[in-house]
Ligand binder design. Structure first.
Ligand SMILES: [Zn+2]
Ligand SMILES: [Zn+2]
Length: 83
């Protein structure tokens, strides 16, 4: 009797490139990151954001954003604070 091989099933749901995971791509033009507010240059990797575009990976050395004078937390992009 031949030994049965238990091949790993090739389930289509495991395929990469799902539409649920947008992939970053190089920017074609300069723009402003909606996440950190810094500019990005053509060729920088960006990805889609809720409103506009953002760095795929925002630089860490970004200047501090607007800070609420009451709770000293960084405000949201809109400038509003939840405190
Ligand atoms: Zn950014
Ligand atoms: Zn606050």
């Amino acid at each position: 009797m031949a030994t049965e091989l238990t091949d790993t099933p090739t389930d289509a749901s495991w395929r990469s490139g799902s539409a649920l995971a947008p992939r970053p791509f190089p920017a074609a033009h300069t723009g402003t990151c909606s996440a950190c507010g810094d500019d990005f240059d053509p060729g920088d990797l960006i990805s889609r954001a809720d409103t506009g575009w953002k760095h795929d990976t925002c630089p860490d050395d970004r200047p501090l954003g607007q800070v609420c004078t009451d709770c000293f937390m960084e405000k949201a992009e809109s400038g509003a604070c939840g405190c």
